[in-house]
Design a protein. Structure first.
Length: 263
């Protein structure tokens, strides 16, 4: 599932192509929205909220998109007919650009005032442009509400803190020396966990892919994620992999048993 930084980058690309321009085409290729006609309406804003995309159009309507596991957007110059691809769910086109949404996990059109019913349940967004100490404190407060919960599960709960997926969960816990099954109550410094999460997402939001080691060479981008059975980059211990149930649907986790000991 794309993480918050990937959704932020997608929103920026769509914003650059669509905002301020009237739609010449708005082709919804899902049955319940097939008759929705937004042609002639100007796109007013494109926002990311955690892993959600909100495309606001003139007339008080919002296109809500969640990419889930396989969704992606392609932006290209306007003109060519949309591809004949069964995965194509939405075509938004103006005089200059064409945005193609493939395999979109959630696609709906709602009145803009009802956005809060979709994203209002989310915890503080790590990439909120108005991030503040108060939002950081709120994230820590929410994470602390279930002290017996495993920290690896809590970090994936978008209702506590929005934007973290499986990659960042594994990398954050490694960098903080935390076993994924450590109860939240035993995490020494939740403030530092939140600060690190925001720093990592901000560092990667303007590029494709996640680099947490500082090394951009292929195969060297991550400390533990996707490296089961390989030696830890710090201590040489074999990286482990196991399932860790979570409400977010992300189950697999990676960790170094020496650098991230059980507490």
């Amino acid at each position: 599932m794309p993480e918050g930084d990937a959704v932020w980058l997608t929103a920026r690309r769509l914003r650059q192509a669509l905002v301020g321009r009237p739609l010449a085409r708005a082709d919804f290729r899902v049955p319940r929205l097939a008759t929705t006609d937004l042609r002639g309406r100007t796109v007013e804003a494109v926002l990311s909220r955690g892993k959600h995309l909100l495309i606001r159009v003139e007339g008080g309507l919002t296109i809500h998109v969640h990419l889930l596991m396989d969704g992606r957007w392609r932006v290209r110059e306007a003109g060519p007919p949309p591809p004949r691809d069964h995965r194509l769910r939405l075509v938004l086109e103006n005089a200059e650009w064409q945005a193609l949404g493939f395999s979109l996990g959630i696609l709906e059109v709602v009145p803009t005032p009802e956005e809060a019913g979709i994203v209002g349940r989310l915890g503080p967004d790590l990439l909120d442009p108005e991030w503040s100490p108060a939002l950081a404190a709120e994230a820590v407060r929410r994470l602390s509400e279930e002290p017996d919960r495993a920290v690896g599960e809590a970090l994936l709960d978008q209702g506590l803190l929005a934007g973290i997926g499986n990659v960042y969960k594994a990398e954050i816990l490694f960098l903080r020396g935390l076993d994924p099954w450590t109860p939240v109550r035993d995490v020494p410094d939740l403030d530092a966990v939140v600060a690190l999460a925001r720093r990592l997402l901000n560092a990667n939001k303007e590029r494709h892919g996640h680099i947490t080691t500082g090394d951009r060479r292929p195969g060297r981008e991550h400390w533990v994620y996707g490296r089961a059975g390989r030696p830890c980059r710090r201590c040489g211990t074999r990286i482990k992999r196991a399932d860790q149930p979570s409400g977010a649907g992300d189950r697999v986790t990676f960790w170094c048993p020496r650098c991230q000991p059980r507490r």
